[in-house]
Write a protein that binds this ligand. Structure first.
Ligand SMILES: Nc1ncnc2c1ncn2[C@@H]1O[C@H](COP(=O)(O)OP(=O)(O)O)[C@@H](O)[C@H]1O
Ligand SMILES: [Mg+2]
Length: 303
């Protein structure tokens, strides 16, 4: 499969601070590749180097086989970017934000109008095309930023936290559109804080922290390789259960009032707890990406 992005030992320094600390990854044509990580992990910095808006400090980075240091113009022409902040032009209407943006790519006015119409339709914005940016909700702005990223008909689409802060309906609409774009054959790079989003959309993903990639692979395989199959959740546990879990050598974790046991033999653990211990509630669930994410990056707050 053709490789669209290849990074080797990629680094970014801001002065003496290392934001991206020697990462290796490759993204294949037609896949949706995820970047997950706590705030400050280095996701946006990596993305900015890919679309040539932030210079590489060290290492190699190729997009469409071209070195980002040598071919920024060529690369930018083929990439669409939905940046993390809604950097729309407040002086223009919804439609004009698209047509003016098209000019930067040298797209002729008539073609720009045609593309604007079809993109407004695609993102469900046609009836808001004459609205001012300040009158749009967060969800509408996000949809417009995605529409704008598509103006130059990019083969690689970069979505930096496309659904952060959106209501559930808007999130699902964005997911649906991302799926449609993937079906059209676009390569998609997505950063997100939402594990369900990554699980639904990403063929492969990395989890980053402090500028480094911790794991890289298809979500289900990563969960299987790094977390046990199931999680027994005990709500309102008593201290005796912690001692018991320790004696048994179970892999477990606690928060305020819950105890989580990561296991491949959930039913056995469940039965043992139910027969010997008092608690408010005990449930079994399949381990997921969030379990992996928290086990790798911890529960402490960031930034
Ligand atoms: N222009 C900049 N100058 C100095 N430090 C920066 C700059 N941009 C980002 N950083 C720092 O680099 C780190 C990674 O930031 P970023 O890539 O935005 O993380 P993420 O997108 O994963 O939240 C953070 O600690 C951030 O404060
Ligand atoms: Mg970011």
């Amino acid at each position: 499969m053709a490789i669209v992005i290849e990074a080797k030992g990629l680094r970014k320094q801001y002065g003496s601070f290392t934001a991206v600390d020697g990462v290796d990854f490759s993204i294949h044509a037609g896949e949706c590749f995820g970047f997950l990580g706590p705030n400050g992990a280095g996701k946006t910095t990596t993305v900015k180097m890919i679309h040539c808006t932030s210079p590489v400090s060290a290492g190699e980075l190729y997009v469409f086989g071209q070195d980002v240091r040598e071919y920024p113009r060529e690369i930018k022409a083929r990439v669409g970017v939905c940046s993390q902040d809604n950097d729309l032009d407040p002086d223009f209407t919804v439609r004009k934000n698209l047509t003016v943006f098209a000019r930067y790519f040298g797209i002729p006015a008539r073609l720009a109008e045609e593309r604007a119409s079809s993109l407004l339709d695609f993102m469900g914005l046609s009836d808001r095309q004459h609205s001012r940016i300040k009158d749009l909700s967060g969800g509408l702005m996000r949809r417009l930023v995605i529409a704008r990223a598509l103006v130059n008909e990019p083969t690689l689409l970069i979505l930096d936290e496309p659904t952060t802060g959106l209501d559930p309906q808007s999130r699902h609409q964005v997911w649906e559109r991302v799926r449609m774009l993937k079906k059209q054959g676009k390569t998609i790079l997505l950063t997100t804080h939402y594990m369900d989003e990554a699980q639904i959309l990403c063929d492969r993903l990395v989890i980053m922290d402090y500028g480094k990639i911790l794991v890289n692979g298809p979500p289900a395989e990563l969960v299987k390789a790094h977390v046990r199959k199931e999680v027994v959740e005990v709500w309102g546990y008593r201290p005796e259960l912690v001692d018991h879990a320790r004696e048994k050598g179970w892999t477990f974790e606690t928060d305020t009032d819950r105890l989580f046991i990561y296991t491949d033999a959930a039913e056995q653990v469940f039965t043992e707890i139910a027969s010997k211990h008092v608690c408010d509630r005990c449930t079994i669930r399949i381990a997921g990406l969030e379990d992996l994410f928290l086990s790798l990056t911890g529960r402490e707050l960031r930034e």
